[in-house]
Each structure stands twice: as structure tokens, then as C-alpha cells.
Design a protein around this ligand. Structure first.
Ligand SMILES: *[C@@H]1O[C@H](CO)[C@@H](O)[C@H](O)[C@H]1NC(C)=O
Ligand SMILES: *[C@@H]1O[C@H](CO)[C@@H](O)[C@H](O)[C@H]1NC(C)=O
Length: 300
């Protein structure tokens, strides 16, 4: 009696074991892979154990909330059609990744003859995008002691670009005090925003500036642009102003003289006494009154 009971227990145990073995079980070599745009990447989905001969394999892409089919009914569908294939047993290989492929992907394997009939695995893919040529703004000329702001923007890169600035092909250090060449410059360099801000430029800040946008996928640079720092020469300005004042004075004096001469000239012409014949009245124009004055004189 005890023997049969033991046998029963053994049978139960073994069937239990048998059923545990009969479970579909997936694994991956990498659940967070990344790839540079236009390169190939595989999303590995390996079947660790299975007893169903022909399991059903599906891949779904999960982006912006909704899942969509990538592999269904033994065919690649949707956006990845012609750009991907399945490698035994269930690995999805993307041949030419694009930035829109950044998403989560779910490998689902259904094995109806197993005790545990389905398993799935989630893989998050990041497609890195190389930065394009950044847009750089460099002021052409700045007077000594004034502030200046140099800007660099790049928006295609993924992950987001970081920025470096160069002066005459030499990288500008984050902290000017760490380099003898930049020691006397006063600037703040922000690698996240790409802004290089001088509080007060010095003569030595003159140079050819360019910026580099970089991320894990690569980097890109803008063309060098010249920033010139010029002296504000106080003596020069005062002299300049003086010259202008003198010139203005000369001109106004000149105009004045010319006007006066012209005025006299017109008076000699019109200021003559003339007789209105017959009426015995002289009309005289004089400088003082500038008008016709009635001058009584009788011609007998
Ligand atoms: C990948 O796709 C891009 C654009 O879709 C294309 O320009 C490029 O030639 C492709 N590269 C390969 C290796 O197929
Ligand atoms: C920085 O300024 C100091 C004092 O004005 C000067 O002696 C030194 O040569 C300058 N350094 C550079 C690199 O121009």
C-alpha cells in the first residue's frame, strides 16, 4: 500500500517536471541595443526551450502608445518591409535602420503544444543620428571690453548634440583658467546649449571661430568665421569729433560769407534810387529798413 502511494507521488512529481520542461521560454542577448542610422542591427529573440514543432512567431513595434505589426504570418509588414528579415529562430534583423525605427519591439512566440503556451520579450532599440552641420552665429567685430555671444545650434542629432568651440583650430577649454592661451579671456562655455558668451572681450579674443556638434553617432562642424576685437580709441574719437566740428564751422562760416556777399550784391542792384517819372516821389530801398521807404522830394 505504502509502495503504491510512493509510486503515485513519484509519478506526480515527474509529470510536474515534465510539464515545466514543456514551456516556451525566450531570452535575448541584448534588450537595449543601439545602432547608427543607415546601419544594420539585430534584435535577438532566442528560444531557450520549446516542445511545439512549429511555433507561431510575431514581432510588434510599440511606439507612441500603440503596437503595430512588424512580423506577422511569416512576413515582414509595415514600415520595415524590404528593410528587415527574420533569422532563425525568431531574431529580427533590421538591415538599414532609420531614425523612425527608434522604438520598443516585442517578440512573441506562441507554442500551443507546450504547457505554457506563450512567451514574449521586450527590446528597446535606439537609432543614433549623426549631427548635421550646425548653424553658427559669430559677431564680426566687437569693441574691447564689450560682451559678445557666439551661438551654435544643431537639431537633427540623436541623442541630442553636445557642443565644442574652437578658436584658430584650437579647442576652447570649458574653463579659461586651465589654459595659458585663454587665461586672460572671460567667457562662459555651455556645452549643452552651444552658447559661448564673453563678458568682456579682449584683443586676444580676435580669431577664427567654429563650432562642433557631436554625439555618440559622430560629429559635424560649421565653417570658421572671423571675430575681430577693436580698440575704442578715446583720443581718436575726440580728435574725430573736433575735426567734424571744425569742418562744420568752416562750412557754416563759408555759407554765411557767401550769403552776405550775395546779399550785398543784390542790394547794389536794387538799392539804387530811381525816379518814378512825373509823380515826384522817390522810392528808396535801404539796408536798415529793407523795405521801400517813402521819401518825399519834390521835383520842380
Ligand atoms: C539606407 O537607406 C537610405 C535612405 O533610406 C539610403 O540612402 C541608403 O543608401 C541605404 N543604405 C543601404 C546600405 O542600403
Ligand atoms: C595676461 O595678462 C597678463 C597681465 O595683463 C599678461 O602679463 C599676460 O602676458 C597675459 N597672458 C596672455 C596669454 O596674453
Amino acid at each position: 500500500m505504502a509502495l503504491t502511494r510512493l509510486a503515485c507521488i513519484l509519478v506526480l512529481l515527474s509529470t510536474h517536471c515534465y510539464f515545466t520542461v514543456l514551456a516556451v521560454l525566450l531570452k535575448t542577448t541584448n534588450n537595449a541595443p543601439w545602432v547608427n542610422e543607415f546601419e544594420a542591427i539585430e534584435l535577438s529573440c532566442l528560444i531557450e526551450s520549446i516542445s511545439t514543432a512549429k511555433p507561431r512567431i510575431e514581432w510588434k513595434k510599440i511606439k507612441d502608445g500603440g503596437p503595430s505589426y512588424v512580423y506577422y504570418d511569416k512576413k515582414i509588414t509595415g514600415d520595415l518591409e524590404d528593410r528587415a528579415r527574420i533569422r532563425e529562430p525568431a531574431t529580427l534583423e533590421i538591415l538599414n535602420a532609420t531614425r523612425s525605427d527608434s522604438a520598443s519591439y516585442r517578440c512573441e512566440v506562441a507554442a500551443p503544444n507546450d504547457a505554457k503556451t506563450v512567451d514574449e520579450i521586450l527590446i528597446t532599440l535606439v537609432v543614433r543620428v549623426k549631427p548635421v552641420v550646425p548653424k553658427c552665429t559669430v559677431p564680426k567685430s566687437v569693441p574691447v571690453g564689450k560682451a559678445a555671444e557666439l551661438r551654435c545650434v544643431e537639431e537633427e542629432g540623436f541623442p541630442k548634440s553636445q557642443y565644442q568651440w574652437f578658436r584658430n583650430k584650437e579647442e576652447i577649454p570649458r574653463d579659461p583658467k586651465t589654459s595659458p592661451k585663454f587665461y586672460n579671456s572671460s567667457y562662459m562655455l555651455n556645452a549643452e546649449t552651444g552658447i559661448l558668451k564673453f563678458n568682456a572681450v579682449i584683443k586676444d579674443d580676435t580669431g577664427e571661430y567654429f563650432c562642433r556638434a557631436k554625439n555618440d553617432a559622430g560629429h559635424s562642424e560649421c565653417r570658421p568665421q572671423k571675430m575681430e576685437v577693436y580698440d575704442i580709441n578715446i583720443v581718436g574719437i575726440v580728435l574725430g569729433v573736433l575735426v567734424v566740428v571744425v569742418v562744420l564751422l568752416c562750412i557754416s562760416v563759408g555759407i554765411c560769407c557767401a550769403y552776405k556777399r550775395g546779399y550785398f550784391a543784390s542790394q547794389t542792384q536794387t538799392g539804387n534810387n530811381y525816379k518814378a517819372k512825373g509823380d515826384g516821389v522817390d522810392y528808396v530801398r535801404t539796408e536798415d529798413e529793407g523795405d521801400f521807404r517813402h521819401k518825399s522830394s519834390f521835383v520842380i
